[in-house]
Design a protein around this ligand. Structure first.
Ligand SMILES: [Ca+2]
Length: 195
């Protein structure tokens, strides 16, 4: 009996405990050793979990990281619907722009890489189809005019309520501020995988 119990503990500990006293106080000591080993393993697992959680975001191929989100700038010209389908194929949606910093990142990236994107407009995820002037983000259907929302509209353009212009574009000639446009027009686009 004593030999098989020892063998069992040897197997459980992966051979870490060489000689196990198996009676009286000695048996308690072997169990305590095992408990310590388990505690050590829990510590190692927690440290590994922490390491994984604090790793910087790594974006899929074709995407660029900014503040934890991933962005893909699409050169091929498509209608708004095709552009959104294309983003979904790559696990994202057309971009939601929630801060001045995000707007600046997009503008800077497009400006720096202008040679790759000769067209004057980029589709975003803003759309007001069926509710004129009430733009929402396609990713989560969230209304864009809630209190505190960042708004990047070009207020010199009065066209945001035209009924045939339902899709939001970043317009180069207006510093990439937001404009509404007919959704069938063919534009570059920006996909985003949000953090
Ligand atoms: Ca965003």
């Amino acid at each position: 009996m004593k030999i098989s119990a020892k063998l069992l503990l040897f197997i459980f500990t992966g051979g870490c405990i060489d000689a196990l006293p198996l009676s009286g106080n000695g048996t308690e000591s072997a169990i305590q050793k095992l408990e310590r080993k388990v505690d050590q393993l829990y510590t190692v697992v927690s440290q590994l979990e922490m390491k994984i959680m604090t790793q910087p975001v790594s974006c899929p191929a074709g995407y660029t990281e900014f503040q934890g989100s991933c962005y893909m700038f699409v050169r091929y010209l498509m209608s708004w619907d095709d552009a959104e389908k294309n983003c979904q194929r790559f696990h994202g949606n057309l971009v939601t722009i929630q801060s001045a910093a995000e707007q600046d990142f997009l503008t800077d990236y497009i400006t720096k890489n202008g040679d790759l994107y000769p067209h004057w407009g980029f589709w975003t995820g803003g759309i007001d189809r069926g509710a004129n002037g009430m733009f929402r983000w396609t990713k989560n259907n969230k209304l864009i005019q809630n209190e505190g929302d960042f708004l990047g509209w070009d207020y010199f353009d009065s066209g945001t309520t035209q009924s045939n212009q339902d899709c939001m574009v970043l317009w180069r000639n207006r510093g990439y501020l937001w404009h509404d446009l007919g959704c069938q027009d063919k534009m570059h686009s920006v996909c985003e995988i949000e953090k």
